[in-house]
Design a protein around this ligand. Structure first.
Ligand SMILES: *Cc1c(COP(=O)(O)O)cnc(C)c1O
Length: 470
């Protein structure tokens, strides 16, 4: 098998292998890493469709990983990553009625789709560190969801510590419990006195303190890490296969896939999957009111607005951190053009592309529409959608053009009890339906958090203290 090399969208980095791309995260020239070429599975869909999820993941990831990892090790990493899921299927695909299906991506430890990538990334970091020696101290700021998935990805892993900053009293009690009740000694929750933005800016200051960053091997759990994208490519093969199998159709039957979108990581994995031969017609991009991407795919203009908080908080973004990867393909894989456009966007907050990409259809769902969708599926199908998945289902029901659509279910509804009660009314039945045993179990546990002011020296002192002589 040939080795797979990674290059930067801005062309300023010598090609690196898969493990190096994982450890690099963001490319050193400010761009994002992509494989030099994309493998094709188009000729083997029937054979792939019979595999279990971890085995399918192994087959899809193999050409992206190349010779850098022995096959047995990659297979073992993937098996362990998905053994933490609460169902043997890993990603069940259920019918919603009316030609829509939901791929439940939320059966991992934190009940959100980010576990699919971060369970794998945690094991991968540990493996690479064991091979190469050294350690990694992950530092991140979160407004809620990514922090818990990252913590659960690396808890108890050798050679890794994780420090997560979050605004004390400003994440939901449930989100805080998902982070701060984790008992492993390598997990450090820093509840800062301030806002999410205070957390972000002190994080930046610590990362800019280069001697400190080097001394303590600081790294980020970025949404731009290629390993996260490639782990997500797998379910764009898996979900169509499951629908076809149940309907007795061949494995090369094509479907539209609807994706609740924020940072463009999830749907970009779908774009790569389609290039690699996954049986996908269109990618239906769904946003909430924070609709920079919907506007871009409908008008060609990518213009930054301001962020409005919604009931689907994990999609409340204005600048999509993975967009640059797509842009690179849109301009014919031209790094100079990509760089120029991104620089233009950085200075003017706007970039414009001509033409329309037929792979994408895009729409937004506002809060009222999203709540109505939650209510409709609860009443008609007795299926409880979380607010993020409901954005995708709303847009899919508007744009399906009579075709069957696989909607991605990105979180379990029990993570968002308030939105569910707003949609359905607060009754004993609703409260019961919006529960999950994994979250109930956290109720009695002790919180392990350190409250601290968002000052660089204080954060650095804390890290130094916790890492002791390491
Ligand atoms: C992160 C997240 C999304 C958005 O995914 P992107 O890769 O950022 O587009 C959607 N839903 C949920 C529940 C999420 O946690």
């Amino acid at each position: 098998m040939s080795s797979c090399k990674y290059i930067s969208t801005r062309g300023g980095v010598a090609a690196v292998d898969f493990p190096a791309s994982v450890m690099m995260g963001l490319a050193e020239d400010g761009g994002l890493l992509l494989p030099e070429s994309i493998p094709s599975f188009a000729g083997e869909l029937e054979a792939l469709s019979g595999l279990t999820y971890p085995e399918l993941a192994f087959r899809i990831l193999t050409p992206f990983v190349g010779e850098a990892l022995p096959a047995a090790d990659l297979r073992d990493l993937l098996a362990r990553s998905y053994a933490t899921f609460d169902t043997a299927e890993t990603v069940p695909v259920v019918p919603l009625g009316g030609g829509l299906h939901l791929a439940e991506l939320f059966h991992g430890p934190t009940l959100a789709f980010k576990d699919i990538a971060l369970q794998f990334l945690g094991n991968l970091f540990e493996y690479i560190l064991q091979q190469k020696g050294g350690h990694l101290n992950i530092l991140g700021a979160t407004s809620g969801d990514t922090g818990s998935a990252a913590i659960h990805g690396v808890r108890g892993k050798k050679g890794i510590n994780i420090f997560i900053l979050y605004p004390d009293g400003r994440v939901s009690p449930l989100q805080e419990r998902q982070m701060a009740t984790v008992p492993d000694a390598n997990v450090h929750c820093l509840a800062i006195r301030g806002t999410f933005d205070d957390g972000q800016s002190v994080l930046k200051e610590v990362f800019n303190d280069l001697p400190f960053k080097r001394q303590f091997s600081l790294g980020a759990v970025n949404s731009v890490n290629w390993a996260r994208i490639v782990a997500q490519v797998v379910y764009y093969f898996w979900a169509p296969f499951q629908v076809s199998k149940k309907a007795g159709r061949p494995a090369d039957t094509y479907y539209d896939v609807a994706v609740p979108t924020g940072n463009f990581g999830d749907i970009f994995a779908g774009y790569i999957a389609k290039k690699a031969g996954a049986p996908i017609d269109r990618l239906i991009l769904a946003t909430n009111e924070n609709d920079i991407l919907t506007r871009f795919f409908n008008t060609g203009e990518y213009r930054r607005g301001s962020v409005n908080p919604t009931i689907s908080p994990s999609m409340d973004i204005q600048v999509a951190s993975n967009f640059e990867r797509y842009l690179y393909f849109r301009v014919g894989q031209d790094p100079a053009r990509t760089k120029a456009l991104m620089q233009e966007f950085a200075s003017t907050k706007c970039l414009v592309l001509d033409g329309h990409d037929p792979v994408f259809a895009a729409g937004k769902a506002n809060t009222a529409e999203t709540l109505a969708t939650i209510k409709r599926y609860w009443q008609d199908a007795h299926y409880l959608l979380d607010p993020h998945s409901a954005v995708g289902v709303t847009v899919a029901s508007r744009l399906h053009q009579g075709r069957e659509v696989i909607c991605l279910g990105t979180a379990h509804p029990a993570k968002f009890p308030q939105a569910i009660c707003t949609a359905l009314g607060d009754s004993a039945e609703v409260r019961q339906a919006a529960k999950h045993p994994a979250l109930e179990k956290l109720l009695g546990l002790e919180l392990r958090k350190t409250i601290v002011d968002p000052k660089r020296e204080l954060i650095e002192d804390l890290i130094r203290q916790r890492l002791g002589g390491k």
